[in-house]
Design a protein around this ligand. Structure first.
Ligand SMILES: [Zn+2]
Length: 399
């Protein structure tokens, strides 16, 4: 792959508008770009000609082929470079190299606890980006930009982590500066739920304007898409819904309050409840797994429920009802068209989703739920790296 000089910042406003519309559409015929940019046909044609001339776009002609006639479809030029998407979770991280059209070329996963701190984690992330590029026979100069999703509150403008509860040792650390120094490319960092929301927005080709993406993992967080844009709030903390109280008599949360939904329904709470029930002799099936592995994972609990274990099923249902109770408040407040459930536990099966829905519909106003759809986020595990790379691509176009 050759690399062309990248002069994104010098693009004309009309060129940036066209590139951003194309970013959301993936591949687009000219008539579709005329419709979304609302440019005249002649203006769009001259903008597209300039972008093709500068090496940003190409016409592949394939996806819109109809009736044997090769229809025109534009997309980002293949040799424009690649985008790096990094998605960091509490227990591991994913690194992917993607085309500017967000097709994944390579994806690697590593188990690593985020609480080990940036001194341990960041050299591993850097090494994995280098190794993945090498695997694709690419040079770091092929990188257009790097996007990173992290499981902690971040001030988007400065890229600095602010008092991250599950990321001790990261306070004030700049992931942006570290990766920028390593690869001499622009780096964009955002909270993981915002990255997942962006992935969903991209997957929907921006057809939904007001929706929520709720991630249930080690914590519980919510990405908010408001009027077509990610809503981060006045200081970047919007969507930190894990500490909404669902039971004032509930257990103590790590934030110091009692009965937070995160302390009662997120993965560590689910595992804790399963361990307690198992030790009390209530689940022979979970007890067998515990004896074999000397620990329980959320996957074990899901599997036990599938095999008919009543304790596991009860724990999953209770978690769904509590998450739904919290979501009902968001629905009444925000009136989203969709709620997408993300995170590994999202795949706990129809039971979990049914419990969430039951709780939401029971507690929300009829007008708020009339058109509400609650379902699993579409991109699954890949949503993290696609969203992180999407963030990098979008911010590069807008820069
Ligand atoms: Zn809390």
């Amino acid at each position: 792959m050759k690399t062309i000089p990248q002069n994104w910042a010098e693009l004309e406003p009309a060129e940036k508008t066209t590139l951003e519309k194309l970013f959301w559409l993936g591949y687009a015929a000219r008539h579709k770009l005329i419709e979304t940019t609302q440019f005249s046909k002649s203006k769009l044609n001259s903008v597209v000609a300039a972008l093709i001339d500068q090496g940003f776009l190409e016409d592949r002609g394939l996806p819109f082929q109809t009736g044997g006639r090769k229809a025109e479809s534009l997309c980002f030029k293949q040799d424009l470079g690649v985008v790096v998407g990094v998605y960091m979770g509490a227990t591991g991280f994913d690194v992917a190299i993607l085309t500017p059209n967000l097709e994944i070329l390579a994806l690697q996963t590593q188990v690593a606890a985020i609480r080990l701190g940036p001194g341990v984690l960041m050299p591993q992330v850097k090494a994995m980006i280098e190794a993945t590029l090498q695997h694709l026979h690419l040079n770091p100069t092929a990188i257009i930009a790097i996007g990173v999703g992290i499981p902690g509150p971040i001030e988007f403008a400065s890229g600095l982590l602010v008092d991250p509860p599950i990321m001790p040792g990261w306070e004030g650390f700049s992931i942006r500066e570290y990766l920028n120094q390593a690869f001499a490319r622009q780096v964009f960092v955002d909270n993981e739920v915002n990255v997942l929301a962006l992935a969903q927005q991209w997957h929907e080709q921006k057809n939904q304007k007001n929706f929520l993406v709720v991630k249930i993992g080690t914590g519980i967080g919510c990405g908010i898409v408001c009027n077509d844009e990610i809503y981060r709030g006045s200081s970047g903390a919007a969507g930190d819904v894990g500490h909404i109280c669902v039971d004032p008599n509930g257990p103590l949360c790590h934030c110091g309050n009692y009965g937070c939904v995160e302390a009662m329904a997120a993965r560590p709470a689910i595992i804790q409840q399963a361990l307690e029930a198992t030790r009390a002799g209530k689940s022979p099936l979970l007890n067998r797994i515990l004896e074999q592995k000397s620990e329980l994972s959320s996957e074990d609990i899901v599997q036990a429920s599938r095999e008919g274990d009543a304790v596991a099923t009860g724990i999953i249902q209770r978690s769904g009802l509590l998450v739904g109770q919290m979501l009902a408040m968001l629905v009444n407040f925000y009136n989203p068209s969709h709620i997408f459930i993300a995170g590994r536990f999202a795949h706990a099966g129809p039971l979990f989703l049914a419990a969430i829905r039951q709780s939401v519909y029971q507690r929300s106003l009829a007008l708020s739920t009339r058109h509400l759809e609650i379902r699993i986020a579409d991109l699954g595990r890949q949503g993290g790296v696609i969203g992180a790379a999407g963030l990098a691509m979008l911010e590069t176009i807008r820069s």
